[in-house]
Design a protein around this ligand. Structure first.
Ligand code: IMP
Length: 425
């Protein structure tokens, strides 16, 4: 059996956790392939609300092996706290598998993330301050420490001594901070090493052997397409590759192993942190959507910026991810509005752009070209069949599909698993 990829098509927070959790019913493995504890999934299981940051949502199913892949950056203290929290809530985490190739977030990464953001002042990126960018930077500079280094403390210390010399020079000379002591970090990480030991595996072999046994793998992306380091709204991006291509490098699979690429797409758009956002709303409607959609970050609690559905971004996401289908989320949040707007193109100077502009200055100044569609007043959260949605809600979904040029297969009308309507059989 092949692997499926789940990818956010906007700036993250599209509802990937719910989609993964729902699709996990039919798979044996759920793999996180990039990012770290900058992500946050909120999942409603029965009457329990679970918040996950690093552990793949498949952990909730006894038949699923949750995997933290090679492309992830892992903060061991945070992961262990998350595992303890899950165990307290009665979730069995013993089947978690972690790649030894994942990179470790170190205390100096967190500190440098905070300091560089402050240093940037008004130009700041609005990062989650979890040390994600500095950890990926060290990975690319080949001075990162990996999970496997925890199991050869001599090597761990050697690498740490080299990298800490440079980090301490930056901390003290550039930012006027106290240097960090290698021995303190070594002591802290030795404790983590022991606790993490049972979970460390050769996850690449594990996944390939699963495919050979005809089992199904779900590759779960964090963040979203527009936060991708290469394809997003650089520099207002995260430091990894959430796009479907990142799923391959981050899990160690090849393109022929993938058969479905499912884009998780919110019926409107949100963004946290800085950066351009053509359809952003600033009026009472924005407040209404934030309230109705509970648009506050799972990880940082920050209020999300909100705006109308942007078909230019979705067409772009369709291309760069090779999407086979969309999972449309939060349609219920758009109830009780007279008129809905959908951005079908951008205008900049005298030109209209149907596709994502090739230069960031155009994107920064692009004005949305809107279409208006009639809204609906009914509450959608109790609807159990797609055909029973109000006519205007169905027409809205039809139009989003036409503009997106990729089939919308699922429509979600609430946080529970049962509030998901299948559109095409
Ligand atoms: P970083 O990933 O912490 O370096 O933050 C870089 C940018 O990505 C910031 O604008 C963050 O707000 C954004 N970001 C990171 N993770 C998420 C997420 O899970 N959802 C939405 N935005 C995110």
């Amino acid at each position: 059996m092949p692997a499926h990829v789940i990818v956010g098509t906007q700036w993250g927070d599209e509802g990937k956790g719910k989609a993964t959790d729902l699709l996990a019913d039919d798979v044996e493995y759920v793999v996180r392939y990039q990012g770290g504890n900058n992500a946050g999934h909120t999942i409603l299981v029965g009457d329990r609300l679970l918040k996950l940051h690093l552990v793949p949502s498949g952990v909730l199913y006894p038949h699923v092996t949750p995997v933290i892949g090679d492309g992830v950056v892992l903060d061991p203290g945070v992961l262990l706290d998350e595992l303890d929290g899950l165990v307290e809530q009665g979730v069995d985490v013993s089947h978690l598998a972690i790649s030894g190739n994942a990179h470790l977030i170190m205390p100096y990464h967190r500190e440098l993330d905070r300091l560089t953001e402050r240093h940037l002042g008004r130009q700041k990126l609005g990062t989650t301050k979890r040390g994600i960018g500095p950890t990926y930077a060290d990975k690319a500079a080949r001075v990162g420490l990996r999970v496997q280094d925890l199991y050869d403390m001599k090597i761990f210390r050697q690498k740490l001594d080299v990298v800490l010399k440079e980090k301490n020079a930056i901390l003290s000379r550039v930012y006027n901070r106290l240097p960090m002591r290698a021995v303190d970090i070594e002591t802290e990480y030795t404790v983590y090493a022991e606790r993490l030991r049972p979970y460390i595996m050769d996850t690449v072999s594990m996944l390939h052997e699963a495919l050979e046994r005809q089992e199904t793998i779900l590759l779960e992306g964090a963040q979203g397409t527009l936060l991708d380091l290469d394809h997003g709204t650089y520099p207002f991006v995260t430091s990894s590759n959430p796009v479907a291509g990142g799923a391959l490098t981050g899990a160690g699979l090849g393109p022929r192993d993938i058969d479905r690429v499912i884009g998780i797409t919110k019926a409107y758009v949100t963004r946290v942190g800085s950066g351009p956002f053509p359809t952003e709303l600033h009026d009472d409607l924005a407040e209404h959507l934030v309230r109705a959609g509970h648009e506050h970050g799972t990880t940082t609690g920050r209020r999300r910026r909100v705006g109308w559905f942007d078909a230019v971004l979705i067409r772009y996401a369709g291309r760069v991810n090779g999407l086979t289908e969309h999972f449309l989320t939060k349609l219920d949040v758009l109830s009780e509005l007279d008129t809905l707007k959908v951005c079908r193109a951008y205008r900049y100077q005298d030109e209209e752009y149907e596709h994502f502009p090739p230069h960031q200055s155009i994107f920064h100044h692009a004005r949305p070209v809107y279409e208006e569609l009639p809204g609906w007043w009914e509450d959608l959260t109790g609807v159990t069949e797609y055909a029973k949605l109000p006519r205007n809600a169905q027409a809205f979904v039809d139009r989003l599909e036409e503009l997106s040029r990729v089939p919308i297969r699922y429509v979600s009308v609430g946080p529970a698993r049962s509030q998901t309507l299948e559109r095409h059989s």
